[in-house]
Ligand binder design. Structure first.
Ligand code: ARG
Length: 554
């Protein structure tokens, strides 16, 4: 809208305009947009008041209802009826593709996301990566990209040697079967405690990993079993969150693919020996990137380098996104730098999308030692809280369980996405499940409320827009912004822009709902139904882009 208005104003302005010159007046009685004329005074050798007067007098255009000159500003009042009517037509015609764009031009974006470590609990950090990655993927698709969601499972590394050793010493098959992750975690912790006293245990662990790397069948079979038990547990979380992946190629997948990459680094003269280990030096500002330990074992970075090169070959991506916590920033800077040194131009298409911690009472929610927070339980708690709200407010609701899941899970997703991902977020189930304030349930309830009005009112096909009151206009202005919001949030890989938008639209709708009698005013009813229908289309799409469901009844 702003751009269109700017083009209109240009026809009446003696000075070339740009979009940033247009301001948003603080109050609606001052119009929808304002052009301050102070910057033009010097050039035109006229007072801003005079310039504003002249521009305001000259403006004549169907988009603009009136232009008023006030103290050097041109205040623009848009033609509400016309804008509203064409916007509502557009939204109701395009429905869920309203706001879609093809800027991505079918280019591929790979998204490395979730990526939990097997035999360890699914942490809050992995939850964030899953939820943020999923929304980014939906946003990119909405903008015409093809996406590949990759769950780069942490299933390789020296810790698995330790785990195998611990299992052989103290493990019990049945226990692992009934409660895999907790049991394996306990074994791992016991290993560390014992290893503090007994250095030989560490050697055993290292040897066990070496055997695993060399393809020892018994070791591989155990590892494979731990992995499938862990994945089964993770799958339950993904099912609850409604997230699917296109690839589960994790670290182990690259075990037999690293050697050629190490050779390549060597051929390019990038490998240096340092205390028996092989590293790529990255200048004075960064520690070197460790490629091989002195015992020949590969590292996290070796696998990530190999995976990146493999992904480029497999998917020919235009963007390669890694949704991983802030604390791994150095790793990503280093490994990107190594790819640059290998002269891969596409290294610049790699982007680490970092995020902050989830805090509980200001402290990191930890999955260590005694205080393991089991994510599945957190999700279930959220669902049962949502369930009790339903029992209290709407006990006769159909599909209560399904709806409670949509609300409980949605509340967690929304509270994660509503702030910029780089911030740490405080985790508080009670707050995030409230139906007032900036919460997921608030937006979902608004959507359900709008649907209930529509059910009562019946469909409408033809309507004319005679007059648009301030409450309605506020909604229209929000709806009109949606395409821009989507593009911006995809460009910045920032779902919080959509989450905030959804709250604003819900607020605009709720104040309209509280102040305007939709059903009793028969003259305006058809137009208002179109307005409400459009609101539901956009709210539902905004929620979908966040990875949330939008129940029609709550
Ligand atoms: N498994 C790792 C962790 O839990 C995250 C992996 C992130 N992705 C990657 N390509 N390094 O810390």
């Amino acid at each position: 809208m702003k751009t269109e208005v700017m083009h209109v104003l240009q026809q009446f302005s003696p000075i070339p305009l740009n979009i940033n010159m247009l301001e948003q007046p603080a109050h609606t009685h001052m119009g929808d947009l304002a052009l301050p004329c102070f910057p033009f005074a010097k050039n035109l050798k006229k007072s801003p008041v005079m310039i504003a007067d002249e521009i305001a007098d000259a403006i004549r255009h169907p988009l603009i209802h009136k232009a008023e000159a006030v103290n050097g500003y041109v205040n623009i009042f848009l033609n509400r009826s016309q804008i509203t009517s064409s916007l509502l037509d557009r939204i109701r015609e395009q429905t869920k593709s309203y706001g879609s764009s093809d800027v991505g031009n079918n280019g591929v974006g790979t998204i490395d996301m979730s990526s939990p470590n097997i035999a360890k609990p699914f942490s809050m950090g992995h939850l964030r990566s899953t939820v943020i990655g999923n929304s980014i993927s939906l946003l990119l698709e909405k903008n015409g990209y093809k996406t590949v969601k990759i769950n780069y499972i942490g299933d390789w590394g020296t810790q698995f040697g330790k785990l195998l050793t611990a299992y052989r010493k103290w493990g019990n098959e049945q226990e692992v079967r009934t409660n895999p992750i907790q049991t394996l975690l306990k074994l791992y912790i016991q290993f560390h405690e014992d290893a503090e006293q007994d250095e030989a245990l560490n050697d055993e662990g290292r040897a066990a990993f070496k055997a695993l790397e060399d393809g020892d069948t018994e070791a591989l079979a155990l590892w494979d079993w731990f992995k499938s038990e862990s994945l089964k547990e993770f799958q339950r979380i993904y099912d609850l969150l409604g997230v699917k992946f296109d690839s589960y190629n994790g670290e182990a997948y690259y075990n037999d693919k690293m050697e050629p990459i190490v050779d390549l680094l060597n051929e390019k003269g990038l490998l240096k020996e340092s205390d028996g280990a092989l590293v790529v030096e990255l200048g004075d500002k960064m520690p070197p990137c460790l490629i091989k330990k002195s015992d020949g074992a590969t590292l996290y970075a070796t696998r990530d380098l190999t995976a990146a090169i493999d992904r480029k070959k497999t998917y020919d991506f235009e963007k390669s996104i890694y949704v991983v916590g802030n604390e791994q920033s150095l790793h990503f800077t280093q490994f990107k730098k190594v790819l640059e040194k290998m002269s891969y131009e596409w290294a610049q298409d790699i982007e680490h999308v970092p995020f902050g911690l989830i805090l509980k009472d200001g402290k990191k929610m930890s999955t260590r030692k005694g205080k393991i927070v089991l994510l599945e339980e957190v999700l279930k708690d959220a669902i049962s809280l949502a369930q009790s709200t339903i029992e209290e407010k709407n006990p006769n609701l159909e599909n209560k369980i399904e709806i409670a899941e949509a609300i409980g899970v949605g509340a967690i997703i929304f509270s994660d996405l509503k702030q910029h991902r780089k911030h740490d977020i405080e985790f508080d189930l009670e707050t995030m499940l409230q139906t007032e304030g900036e919460t997921g349930p608030y937006v979902q309830y608004t959507f359900a409320r709008a649907n209930s009005v529509l059910r009562k009112a019946g469909e409408t096909n033809s309507y004319t827009v005679d007059e648009v009151n301030d409450f309605e206009w506020k909604i229209v202005k929000e709806l009109e912004q949606f395409p821009e919001i989507i593009q911006q949030s995809a460009k910045e890989l920032d779902p919080s822009i959509i989450a905030k938008y959804a709250v604003n639209l819900a607020q605009a709708f709720n104040s309209f709902y509280a102040n305007v009698h939709v059903l009793t005013d028969s003259k305006n009813k058809p137009y208002r139904i179109a307005l409400i229908t459009s609101t539901t289309i956009v709210l539902k799409e905004a929620l979908r882009l966040l990875g949330m469901k939008a129940p029609e009844k709550m």
